[in-house]
Ligand binder design. Structure first.
Ligand SMILES: Nc1ncnc2c1ncn2[C@@H]1O[C@H](COP(=O)(O)OP(=O)(O)OP(=O)(O)O)[C@@H](O)[C@H]1O
Length: 647
């Protein structure tokens, strides 16, 4: 087949696809010859032809197919089985939501990316599981028929430990029913702290309700043996190969097509999340799982919140914890009184910039440094934006800052697609009201030919009833019951039983969990043998600090918690830590340009708010640790006391 024929074929196919979708998308792309918009003087790039295969200029068919055009033309619908969803309707009645078509993109023509193993799990392969740990119960029989879920005891065969987080250990396993590989997260001692248990409840609930190809899927949750006494839970996820943090580190040859597909998926997932009225609040490369075929999935909804219009934002945000580098400016010092989904858009902008260069865009060492880095690139915000800032100290800090001109993004990212940079500029608007919504971003010219609203579903806002628990103070038993109820969503027969008998059902169910426990224990025993493997501790971020004694910093090491570092810097002369965490503006070390009062007081605010976050996390990534925020009033009040102490 000659190249012309092939090109014509591809073009015809592509035209058919887009013409069928162009009626519903604002990105209609009728002739696939979308050249760059050179009207923007900042974006004067020579190589701006996207989709200009109308004139193939003698390019061979093979070349064409291996180029970006091939990637563009290869995005096809892939149908997967429909997923069922339920949510609590008014009056607590379980409603079956309309079945959603799981419609995904096929990226098979994109160059595979390297996905290094996240952890070198075993120097030597682990010894095989002893036969006692393998499943021995016989299938069939009355018992199995009655307890359909009983079968799950033999369903998953755990293979190896693939990751550890502060909430659990993640193992890869095979679902012997489907031969599918899955990831099983074991969360131990769920109810040790109510705040942790609530976070887990929130996450599993959200992941049940947010079903989308760009969001990690919970496939199953093992039924605990006892409704009233269980302590551990096992959550079965679809298995992903790596995460975006690792992908960015391992691939210095990501192409413009990779960047575009990655951002597209993130925005598509975010559009869905935001239409459910959910804010993720902790988007960062580590919270985006990735496969070698370029599939990305948003995960870790532990900090996410559902926004109900009547919820006062002060309460809503009191336990805010997010990773500083990806944190929107309005959260660096609690600037704006009412936060919006635009905080997630900012994070996506930071992640996108990191994909383009391989390096974090704003690796701030504390909130003030974070703001300095932002304004170094974006310039000082307009006086109108500054005027909207509610926090007085933050307003003063920014108003007193020396005027900075924005750096053209073309200068900062000289090799990037100018259309990508134009979108990036929008995502990184200092003022949240100037950032596009995810939906608007998907309609940006950057995605011309790729975006298609038919593939970018919205969803219904999540029912208030599902998150009614956020409004009351829960006891351990309350959360246990709520988590149990959530687990039953994956055990329909048990759920019916539970709904019928209500409180009465408290006998022990046959469960696969005991066998699992042993399998995990065996693998964990050999996990990271010969390597330093520090168990991670949870951060009880949302507990008021007086409820738990602050842990000692035993090794004399600083916690990563920003506030601690900052507090230290206020008491003693700055010393170089290598990570510069005590050097707010990167200029205290030589004694010049000491931060002005506003910077200090902003840092103090951060230190106070961070003091709420009392868990100790081992230093995984020195600078990129979460700190907590609290509301302005609390910050100001305690900050005032602290100022009195330190001045
Ligand atoms: N579905 C999955 N497939 C593959 N790996 C996964 C999956 N889910 C989580 N992981 C990996 O397991 C590790 C721990 O998972 P995760 O971050 O969810 O735990 P966590 O306890 O919530 O962590 P954190 O400390 O970030 O709160 C991470 O490296 C993560 O990338």
């Amino acid at each position: 087949m000659g190249s012309g024929t092939l090109v014509d074929g591809v073009r015809r196919w592509f035209q058919r696809r887009t013409s069928s979708s162009s009626s519903s998308t604002s990105n209609s792309n009728s002739n696939f010859s979308s050249n760059s918009d050179s009207s923007d003087p900042n974006l004067n790039y020579p190589n701006l032809h996207k989709f200009d295969y109308v004139d193939n200029g003698g390019v061979s068919g093979d070349q064409l197919l291996s180029s970006d055009l091939r990637a563009q033309s290869s995005i096809a619908h892939k149908r997967k089985p429909l997923r069922k969803q339920t949510q609590l309707g008014e009056g607590g009645i379980l409603e079956q939501l309309p079945e959603e078509e799981d419609d995904d993109l096929d990226y098979s023509a994109l160059k595979l990316i390297k996905v290094p193993k996240r952890i070198n799990h075993f120097r030597n392969p682990p010894p095989p599981l002893p036969s006692a740990l393998m499943d021995s119960h016989k299938k069939g029989g009355l018992e199995t028929e009655f307890f359909t879920e009983y079968g799950e005891a033999s369903r998953y065969q755990v293979q190896e430990i693939i990751g550890k987080g502060s909430y659990g250990v993640v193992g890869s396993a095979v679902d012997t029913h489907t031969d599918e590989k899955v990831a099983i997260k074991k969360i131990n001692d769920v109810f040790e702290h109510v705040s942790d248990a609530t976070r887990i409840l929130r996450e599993i609930k959200l992941l049940r309700l947010l079903r989308h190809p760009d969001i990690v899927e919970i496939k199953h949750i093992m039924l605990p043996p006892s409704r009233r006494e269980f302590r551990d839970i096992y959550v079965v996820f679809e298995l992903m190969e790596s995460d975006l943090h690792q992908v960015i580190k391992a691939n210095d040859d990501l192409t413009p097509e990779h960047h575009q597909f990655f951002l597209y998926q993130l925005l598509r997932g975010l559009k869905y999340i935001h239409t459910a009225n959910v804010f993720h609040r902790d988007l960062k490369p580590k919270n985006i799982l990735a496969n070698a075929d370029c599939k990305l999935k948003i995960c870790d909804f532990g900090l996410a919140r559902v926004s109900f219009n009547d919820a006062p934002s002060a309460i809503f945000w009191t336990d805010y914890v997010a990773t500083r580098w990806y944190r929107a400016p309005e959260l660096c010092g609690s600037f704006f009184s009412k936060y919006t989904p635009a905080i997630d858009i900012w994070s996506i902008g930071c992640i996108f910039a990191e994909m383009l260069t391989g390096k974090p865009l704003f690796p701030g060492k504390n909130v003030v440094h974070q703001l300095d880095l932002m304004t170094d690139v974006l310039g000082t915000p307009s006086s109108e934006s500054i005027a909207r800032i509610r926090n007085e100290k933050a307003r003063r800090y920014l108003s007193n800052m020396r005027r900075k001109q924005p750096v053209p993004l073309t200068q900062k990212f000289p090799n990037a697609d100018p259309l990508a940079l134009r979108l990036l500029q929008r995502l990184l608007a200092f003022d949240p009201k100037d950032r596009p919504t995810a939906e608007e971003a998907l309609a940006d010219p950057y995605f011309q030919g790729l975006a298609n609203v038919d593939r970018e579903p919205s969803t219904q806002p999540i029912s208030k009833l599902e998150f009614e628990f956020e409004r009351r103070k829960l006891t351990k038993d309350d959360v246990r019951e709520l988590i149990y109820r959530e687990i039953l969503e994956y055990h329909p027969q048990m759920l019916q039983e539970y709904l019928r008998s209500g409180e009465q059902t408290s006998f022990m169910y046959p469960s696969g969990v005991d066998r699992f426990k042993r399998q995990f224990a065996h693998l964990e025993e050999h996990y990271g043998k010969g390597e330093r493997s520090t168990p991670l501790q949870r951060q009880h971020a949302s507990l008021p600090r007086e409820r738990i004694p602050a842990p000692k910093d035993e090794a004399g090491q600083h916690n990563d918690l920003e506030g601690r570092n900052v507090a230290t810097s206020l008491q003693s002369p700055p010393k170089s830590q290598g990570d510069g965490s005590e050097n707010a503006n990167g200029n205290e070390q030589n004694g010049q340009n000491k931060p002005n009062y506003s910077a200090r007081s902003l840092l103090k605010s951060a230190s106070i708010s961070a003091s709420k976050c009392i868990g100790v996390k081992p230093r995984k990534d020195l600078e990129e640790e979460p700190i907590s925020e609290t509301n302005d009033e609390a910050v100001d009040g305690v900050s005032h006391k602290m100022s009195a102490l330190h001045t």
